[in-house]
Design a protein around this ligand. Sequence first.
Ligand SMILES: *Cc1c(COP(=O)(O)O)cnc(C)c1O
Length: 382
Amino acid sequence: MKNLRAELEQRQQHQLYRSRRIVDSPQGPVITIDGQQRLNFCSNDYLGFANHPDIRRAFIRGIETYGNGSGAAHLVNGHSRAHHALEEELAAFSGYPRALLFSTGYMANLAIAQALCGRGDLVLEDRLNHASLLDAGLLSGARLQRYQHLDTDDLSAKLAGRDRGEKLVLTDAVFSMDGDMAPLAAISKTCRENDSWLMVDDAHGIGVLGKQGRGSLSHQLIQGTDVPIYMATLGKAFGTAGAFIAASEDIIEYLIQTARSYIYTTAMPAALAEASREALRQLQQDEWRREHLGALITRFKQGAREMGINLMPSDTAIQPIMIGDTGRAVALSQQLFEQGILITAIRPPTVPEGTARLRVTLSAAHSNQQVEQLLDVLNSLI
Ligand SMILES: *Cc1c(COP(=O)(O)O)cnc(C)c1O
């Protein structure tokens, strides 16, 4: 048996030990965490919807209509009218014939890889993909290969060498720990030329990018037909929880029949689906949130550049500050906390060795003044 205590202590020595802080407030620009109020610059609540009053009310109405739990899996009797309506609305919003709800993004990603691929097949992934996509590739039983970040030549070379079995390419649209974007038109073309499936994970694009918040495909002017499978989550800009896959009629029906992470799990509460339906309505109409967020991103980048802070090449709400050394990133995060600002240090194995960073995220809920405060504190520390 392995020595768990020794392994835990080793993690502690290498500044890799992870622990939870306890939150006593809703998410928002200011949260109460470990009993202290802190300016929050690390949640994925990009539009400030996690505590939006209309969405809260929709959630409560959903509970009054459907009760607390959904009772069973979708294929038993857990698939409520609220779930069904949300699927139809998400399909229309993302421009696909059908959409299928999942309880989490992690499970949605497992579903697609496992449904389309198995032993003898090939899954190709950008090397900086989110861990849930990498796990999806590994657990599918297919051969998993990673291509260089954003490098369609490398992708093309790896696809071209393969003429048997299924091929599936998985990529983040907006890279979760970096904030940069995949070149979707070029990736799509490479996949079509090589007879490969393609799924794009838009967890950080939906709601934030594109016309009416339609996400990365809209932002990059890509037709839905060029990306056969689109996945996005509801726990970030939507401010609720869950995820969906949008695709053709046949792909969705195939998932319903075969995807184990869809079939063998309890449906999310119907009330949560009602809350997500309201979030979808709000995010389409509130263009001002995306405009304000865009202005904050521009201001933050400009301010950080003037201070000589090492930002990564990102134009999105994810604005990581590259630190490198894990110990230094952890110490800076601690100093920020003492100065009233919450930004977690992102360390290996979430990011590659030697690339520890402070992952700053901006939200439409932040005020200009709060971003100035962040810049002032960073200026005094970095
Ligand atoms: C957050 C995230 C997921 C996982 O979604 P959950 O609903 O939180 O399980 C998947 N992919 C990416 C890129 C993410 O950032």
